[in-house]
Write a protein that binds this ligand. Structure first.
Ligand SMILES: *Cc1c(COP(=O)(O)O)cnc(C)c1O
Length: 360
């Protein structure tokens, strides 16, 4: 089969011994593979110039629209190497669909799903030696993104757009001891009608002040709520969706709307019943969570996202209150769900949901 993204192989790949040293301790988002996917769009030509090429800087005019108006979206997914050497993606159709929804919200052009798959799979094949093997938690993190590249000042959708995919070997972005969250009443992440449900860079730029506030209060990350009043409801953690386990056997998570529709979130909801939990999506008032933490009816809290899979939350602090959760230790169900998802992703248990897609 001829790839829609033909490979123009780099003349200077990283020497194998240097690549091996990186794969031994990749960290997260620090070291990038030899190649990148690239495609260009204009209203006249549509998507064109598709290729896999050497990883290289973009050349952008200083007036390029993305630099001024943040017309940009992205995705995040991982390629997993199984024990037999094969390489797989986890639910990539969901990433492709979400990328299209984000594009719609940010008035960027639609990337056909077959281009999303072809670009990612061609990049993985070109950089296959970069997919880590072995320990069953390392992976190749893929970052598809799209941005307004037209040179002009003025607020309208760009008439030149670039799509690209870069890749980096990644350790799980996971703190085994769990994380603590700061409930910010200074900053919100999203509002009804805003961009909260789109995976766009601007949401993250706006989150940095809240993150700094959380760190100032001795917490690892932010817990966003949708207002400062008594009825304020829980949203998410800015890069991860939130879950609460109750003594009634419920696994509760805020309903969709202004939060990002996480694929890990959906996976957790679909697996809940296998752990004897009833999945519940609804509005969760902060007051209810605080009461549940105070009287012990909320037994576990965790955050879910591709980078960290599942991160136990061991403490929640806000203005005038602080709760330790599970005696400051990760919850049993949180860790069991985490293990199950990893087992499916790494092919250690049967993929009964049809979530894996073969690449190599
Ligand atoms: C990507 C993201 C998540 C997690 O989504 P996954 O598909 O599970 O990785 C949660 N919140 C925000 C704001 C995100 O950008």
């Amino acid at each position: 089969m001829v790839s829609a993204f033909p490979l123009v192989r780099t003349a200077s790949p990283l020497p194998a011994d240097q690549r091996a040293a990186i794969l031994d301790a990749p960290g997260f988002g620090l070291h990038f593979t030899d190649h990148m996917a690239f495609a260009s769009w204009t209203p006249e030509a549509g998507w064109h110039d598709r290729r896999i090429q050497a990883l290289q800087p973009f050349s952008l005019h200083p007036s390029a629209a993305v630099l001024h108006y943040a017309q940009e979206i992205f995705e995040g997914l991982k390629a997993y190497r199984h024990a037999d050497g094969s390489v797989w993606l986890f639910r990539p159709e969901s990433n492709a669909r979400r990328f299209r929804r984000s594009a719609e919200r940010m008035r960027l052009p639609q990337l056909p799903e077959q281009d999303f798959f072809a670009s990612i799979e061609a990049l993985i094949r070109a950089d296959e030696p970069w997919v880590p093997a072995g320990t069953g938690t390392v992976s190749l993190y893929l970052r598809p993104f799209m941005f307004a590249a037209e040179a002009f000042l003025g607020v309208r959708p760009s008439r030149r757009v670039v799509y690209s995919v870069i890749a980096c070997p990644a350790q799980p972005y996971f703190n085994p001891g769990g994380v603590t969250l700061w409930v910010s009443t200074t900053y919100t992440r999203a509002a009804v009608g805003g961009t909260g449900a789109a995976k766009c860079g601007g949401n993250y730029g706006a989150s940095l002040a809240a993150q700094t506030e959380a760190e100032r209060h001795g917490c690892d990350q932010v817990l966003y709520v949708d207002g400062a009043d008594e009825e304020a409801c829980i949203e998410e953690s800015g890069a991860m969706n939130l879950f609460f386990v109750t003594t009634r056997g419920e696994l509760v998570t805020p309903a969709l709307g202004t939060i990002l529709e996480g694929i890990t979130r959906d996976t957790v909801l679909m697996l809940a019943s296998e752990f004897g939990l009833t999945p519940v999506e609804r509005a969760v008032p902060l007051a209810e969570l605080r009461a549940g933490l105070a009287d012990g009816t909320v037994t576990e809290v965790f955050a879910a996202g591709t980078a960290a899979v599942i991160t136990p939350v061991t403490g929640i602090k806000g203005d005038g209150y602080a709760f330790m959760i599970g005696g400051g230790k990760p919850g049993e169900l949180s860790l069991a769900l985490r293990e199950r998802i990893l087992d499916i992703q790494y092919g250690r248990v049967a993929d009964t949901h049809g979530w894996l897609r073969s690449v190599v």
